[in-house]
Design a protein around this ligand. Structure first.
Ligand code: AHR
Length: 316
């Protein structure tokens, strides 16, 4: 038995011959980022000889709850899941705790009693939002503009990443009163929604990119899928993205290509390659060792000011 802050894990130390079983509930495949995230976990499980049971929740929390309950019935050694939204997990986490199955929260964070899960592995979404805003502050530093209007394409409502990316962004942008968020809309992290939102804006703009008759200077998009969708819309309407500043999050290859082509200005990396760290945490827990409460991934950013010749292929 060991204590990891206030989360107690009964001794789950396995004999070396027994293969560990990890139950993993993924939210779906809404983006290339998500597909790479799932692949990374599948590959790492194979490399570590961990039996992985993956469930695809098709973007529904109720499916995730069912999957986690089935992992409990199956008596897996560890449960990991990507919470689609921040809340609504308390009961299922209590059930896992009663069954002595430790839980690792992956990619997105939750609001609950911290004693109900072993640890979190993923990105620092507040810091991602800050980096996006830092880029804008420096981009517009020497301009004499009185007002800089921002439209935000937000990720799934109530998801920790959408909340964090919005919060970190606002914390920094508020340092310069010229910045003004004139519209924020939930695009659910989907390319199709990014296109739909942009189509609406273009339709109502009558030529110039405006929102409620206010010119749009900046688009801040919470992920690359929505960004690629809004670029689809601009291209279909024969409009250039070069007249506005666009900042995106994820750093999929396609958005890096758009940055190099001059269609985007800044891309903040969100690292999907969580597999190796997740397997390490799983093994640590099963050896009866404490794990870190929070494990953040290393993440960088890419901007129009970079030396593009130094870029290497992203792989997703
Ligand atoms: O939770 C991470 C976010 O979810 C990624 O930014 C996005 O692409 C994905 O859908």
């Amino acid at each position: 038995m060991f204590k990891n802050l206030n989360f107690e894990v009964k001794s789950k130390t396995k004999t070396p011959t027994k293969q560990l079983i990890l139950g993993f509930s993924q939210i779906g495949s809404e983006s290339a980022w998500r597909t790479r995230n799932t692949q990374s976990i599948i590959e790492a499980a194979k490399e570590n000889n961990i039996q992985l049971i993956v469930d695809d929740a098709q973007q529904k929390q109720e499916n995730q709850l069912k999957a986690i309950r089935s992992f409990i019935v199956y008596q897996v050694d560890v449960i990991a899941f990507v919470p689609i939204v921040e809340t609504g997990w308390d009961n299922v986490l209590k059930e896992a705790k009663d069954a002595d199955i430790p839980v690792i929260i992956v990619d997105r964070q939750i609001k609950t009693d911290p004693g109900l899960y072993a640890g979190f592995l993923g990105e620092d979404s507040i810091s991602e939002g800050k980096k996006a805003a830092d880029f804008l502050l420096s981009k517009f530093k020497n301009t004499t503009r009185q007002k800089i209007n921002i439209v935000e394409f937000s990720g799934t409502t109530n998801s920790s990443v959408a909340i964090g990316r919005a919060k970190g962004f606002r914390n920094v942008i508020s340092k310069d009163p010229r910045f003004n968020i004139i519209h924020s809309e939930d695009g659910d992290f989907l390319r199709s929604r990014g296109k739909e939102i942009m189509d609406k804006i273009i339709y109502n703009s009558k030529g110039y990119l405006t929102f409620n008759n206010e010119p749009i200077d900046v688009i801040y998009s919470h992920n690359d899928s929505m960004t690629l969708g809004l670029l689809d819309s601009l291209k279909a309407n024969k409009l250039s993205s070069k007249n506005i500043v666009i900042v995106s999050v994820d750093a999929e290859q396609k958005s890096i290509d758009e940055l190099v082509a001059g269609n985007l200005n800044c891309v903040i990396e969100c690292n999907p390659n969580l597999g190796p760290a997740l397997m390490e945490l799983t093994k640590q827990i099963c050896r009866g060792e404490p794990i870190a409460r929070i494990t953040y991934m290393h993440e960088s950013s890419f901007t129009e000011n970079d030396d593009f010749s130094k870029y290497t292929a992203r792989g997703y």
